[in-house]
Write a protein that binds this ligand. Structure first.
Ligand code: ADP
Length: 189
């Protein structure tokens, strides 16, 4: 089984690349951001709750996020692997994911971190905000807060996976195809 955590700040290109990796390796793609947005669109209880955090650029509480992610994993008992996109984002999420996968006799194979400087992230997110209509991409303050939250709570997870010898860093600047090729190399080696 191949289980990849695709990691990097907001705007690093995780979503774009995750879809390609999913197809190439026949994985199940689990994007917590996409699942929350789907729930918001359908006005579910979870969606209404998640929206109140997402609109401010804050993280949805761990308890809810973890429960949702675990139930998504359980929907795919015969999959040949997962690509986690936007999860884990806190140390608690990473530890709980390890314990949960361990209980199913599986584990994370690698964390692949996309490296992109802050100035580039802000430019990409504002551009995406124009095209996608995502409200959290249309406001500079919300974007700045997401990057701040990433630096305060999420970036430390690189150390968590480095200590397990699972971290691989990939340059996230270049064309989409170039970055995909780098990711395949990172996964295959
Ligand atoms: P991006 O990585 O571009 O910020 P995402 O689509 O991954 O976009 O996430 C959008 C928002 O969804 C986040 O700012 C956060 O509010 C919420 N979210 C996504 N994943 C998680 C998570 N693992 N834990 C808590 N909140 C999350």
């Amino acid at each position: 089984m191949l289980n990849i955590v695709l990691f990097g700040p907001p705007g690093a290109g995780k979503g774009t690349q995750a879809v390609r990796i999913k197809d190439h390796y026949s994985l199940v793609h689990l994007s917590t951001g996409d699942i929350f947005r789907h729930n918001i669109k359908n006005s579910t209880e979870l969606g209404v709750m998640a929206k109140s955090y997402m609109d401010k650029g804050e993280l949805v509480p761990d308890e809810v996020t973890i429960k949702m992610l675990e139930s998504e994993v359980l929907k795919h008992p015969n999959s040949s692997g997962f690509i986690f996109d936007g999860f884990p984002r806190t140390t608690t999420q990473a530890q709980t994911l390890d314990d949960f996968l361990h209980s199913k006799n599986i584990s994370i194979t690698k964390m692949i971190a996309l490296d992109v400087p802050d100035e580039e992230l802000i430019a990409r997110l504002l551009l995406r905000g124009k095209d996608s209509g995502r409200p959290d991409d249309q406001n500079r303050e919300v974007i700045a807060n997401r990057i701040k939250v990433y630096e305060a709570q999420t970036s430390i997870l690189a150390d968590y996976y480095r200590l397990q010898n699972k971290l691989v860093c990939v340059d996230g600047i270049g064309s989409v195809d170039e970055i995909t090729d780098r990711l395949y190399v990172a996964i295959d080696n």
